[in-house]
Ligand binder design. Structure first.
Ligand code: FES
Length: 178
């Protein structure tokens, strides 16, 4: 009489394959479900809670035929919940080749020093690490990862208004952080 030969190998490999497949599906579903949870958890870090009001940069007559960038100090009013703060910020008003007014933040996109216009060199120079920028804010040389940051502006009742913003430093693209 022949002995009956049985093998459990195919059964085991089928089971382990199913277990592996179920594990993979579970991990996939878990990853998909975790995306909204992670976004929800990080939302307060990315949210901009500060409202920045428009600042008066002066009458338009001050910016007629600008040959070189004009330095202005503006009062910036910020509302953050119940807290309201007013601070003074420096901007430069320049004229684009098509005669549009452009307002540039004086904050260096490298590490935040105050960029200054040099009449002698006809360019903006950062005193900290010598980054230089053209009259329209384009990056010329130095460690700054991008051009000077332009600010939103508009003309109202014959005056130039500016919305001051803070931008992330050390990144190649302009990113508002406040
Ligand atoms: S902070 Fe302006 S070049 Fe470094």
């Amino acid at each position: 009489m022949l002995a009956k030969v049985t093998s459990t190998e195919p059964e085991i490999s089928r089971r382990s394959y199913l277990g592996w497949l179920i594990g993979l599906c579970t991990a996939g579903v878990g990853a998909v479900l975790s995306v909204p949870l992670i976004r929800f958890a990080l939302y307060p870090l990315r949210m901009q809670t500060t409202e920045v009001k428009w600042s008066d940069a002066g009458p338009l007559s001050h910016f007629v035929s600008l040959a070189i960038p004009l330095r202005r100090s503006i009062q910036v009013e910020q509302v953050d919940g119940w807290r309201e703060t007013v601070s003074e910020k420096v901007v430069y008003v320049t004229q684009t080749p098509d005669h549009q007014l452009q307002v540039l933040s004086a904050v260096c996109p490298h590490l935040g020093c105050s960029v200054q216009w040099s009449d002698a060199k006809q360019e903006f120079i950062c005193p900290c690490h010598a980054a230089s920028f053209g009259a329209d804010g384009t990056k010329l040389s130095g460690p700054s990862p991008r051009a000077m940051d332009s600010l939103e502006s508009r003309i109202e009742n014959g005056r130039l208004l500016v919305r001051y913003r803070y931008f992330r430093q050390l990144v190649p693209t302009k990113e508002v952080i406040g």
